[in-house]
Design a protein around this ligand. Sequence first.
Ligand code: SAH
Length: 384
Amino acid sequence: MSEKIQPDALKLVFDEPKQRVKPPKHFADLDPAGRKELALELGIPAFRANQVATHFFTHFNDDTQTWTDIPKEMRSLMAEKFTPKLMTLVRTVECDGGTTRKDLWRLHDGVLVESVLMRYSDRTTVCVSSQAGCGMNCPFCATGQAGLTRNLTAGEITAQVVAAARTCANGDLPGGPTRLSNVVFMGMGEPLANYNAVMRAVRNITAPAPDGLGIGARSVTVSTVGLVSGIEKLMKEDLPITLAVSLHTPDDELRDTLVPINSRWNVKEVLTAADNYANKTGRRYSIEYAMIRDINDQAWRSDLLGRLLKNRNAHVNLIPLNPTPGSKWTASRSTDEATFVQILEGYGVPVTVRDTRGREIDGACGQLAAAERSPEPNGATDSK
Ligand code: SAH
């Protein structure tokens, strides 16, 4: 594991957060028509909005002073009104020989969020945050412990993706330059609780050039605790993004504790919404299941899950629990995990066990930001 600390950013970490002011307006907050309108309002010809978009979404370049196709006198105005700086890199932590890197960002109001970039043999994925903190209060999740600070803007979400795409294009990951191919909303926050900003960001990610990064909708995954109203809205978007549902247990009794929003929309209601989404989009959905030792990993729960899912268009993704600091819960024994998989497979349910990439860099969502907020004597960045 190696770590690079950006000297300029460090002093910002320890500054008192300023009184909450809105993030600067960024052109990634707007749809393509809105970007042209903004240009006209500023006295800039509408076609220039496409040039801005090309610099930002195709070349990942937000330094207007280097935009040689833009008249010099326009560049400062564009920097202020189109691409204001939304976030500063505080630190980067790497593992897996540099193929996994986690970036900690400080937003304009002192708020900290994380994104994680992972290079695999066949794809490169960025995991982004949609909120600073989270209001869903799942007891095993580091982000949930601190509650919700605020929603991120579409610009702030998009900026995480653009930064990752730039890292890929610059060849900053081992293996040389590559293309960012996948985006997963599995960082901090509940994406469907910040619906409009997340959808604007998804459009920025999927729209072909010049309006967006041109990443296929199928390569974008939105992971949710199961906000049924949000899943129903998503269904109407006509955008075949992949849905992941954090189920974590097939029974309402335990799910009420593990995913408290279950008392609003229970297992049956969540699965019905996901089925409708799958029927509408033709996309198989994922069931996320954190394996917690002796809590949700019993054979009978696997059997119940298998019966629930055997005729559904779903795939189970088992995630060995990444214990959060101070938690009494830990990951399942490998024998229990193997039995769990075997039972599911017996029902013909596709199942994978997620690799534990990033574990040594506090890869579980929220852990790096939590460590930064409350530095401990043994060092905020020690691996767990
Ligand atoms: N709010 C969204 C995205 C959260 S993070 C959601 O709940 O789906 C993505 C996944 O990581 C979720 O399935 C979440 O439950 C899981 N997760 C959170 N903390 C974890 C931990 N400590 N160990 C393993 N998985 C965890």
